[in-house]
Design a protein around this ligand. Structure first.
Ligand code: HEC
Length: 150
């Protein structure tokens, strides 16, 4: 009887892992969960800008509003990468800490590119907006490639 319970518990644990349900962040202040939420909020304003460009529906004022809003979201995740915050459910790689200088450099490049995106968006010119958007996009991707699990 007892054994059955253990087995069932194991199966439950395995199937939870298999369907990708993340572990809870139980640490005080929930640094991992907090930064993940902050990244998701960044994505929520950034993604519609890309959709607009890809579907040929560039709306200059709306695009500029998103660029402005991105400025209010772009700083939030970084404070939560403290020295002891490499634990489940993080999707960060150990390189965030072992290659801290490179991580910092890529973050600075990203912040600079978002400055440029706002400037470009404010010109209301699509070619400039588009170029600046893809520069930021590439920086999201390149940082993820090196510092984030898929
Ligand atoms: C300098 C590096 C860096 C840059 C630039 C960066 N990210 Fe990330 N991002 C990370 C890391 C590291 C994680 C993993 C965080 C964790 O799980 O602890 C992450 C996680 C995420 C997540 C996943 C959150 C989750 O829980 O699933 C999203 C969404 C995301 N980033 C969006 C973006 C977008 C959009 C951009 C650009 C506008 C961007 N990121 C730029 C490093 C970066």
């Amino acid at each position: 009887m007892k054994r059955t319970h253990v087995t069932l518990a194991l199966i439950a644990a395995v199937s939870l892992a298999a369907c990708g349900k993340p572990a809870e962040d139980t640490r005080p202040g929930q640094p991992v969960k907090t930064r993940q939420i902050a990244f998701k909020e960044m994505l929520r304003v950034f993604e519609p800008m890309g959709t607009m460009l890809r579907t040929n529906q560039y709306a200059p004022d709306k695009f500029a509003r998103h660029a402005q809003e991105l400025m209010t979201k772009r700083d939030a995740p970084w404070h939560h990468f403290g020295p002891d915050t490499f634990y489940p459910p993080t999707k960060a790689k150990a390189e965030v800490w072992s290659e801290a200088e490179r991580f910092e450099r890529e973050k600075q490049d990203f912040l600079k590119a978002t400055d440029e995106l706002l400037t470009a968006a404010q010109t209301r010119r699509q070619t400039e907006a588009e170029k600046a958007y893809y520069k930021v996009y590439d920086l999201c991707q390149s940082c993820h490639k090196h510092f984030k699990e898929k």
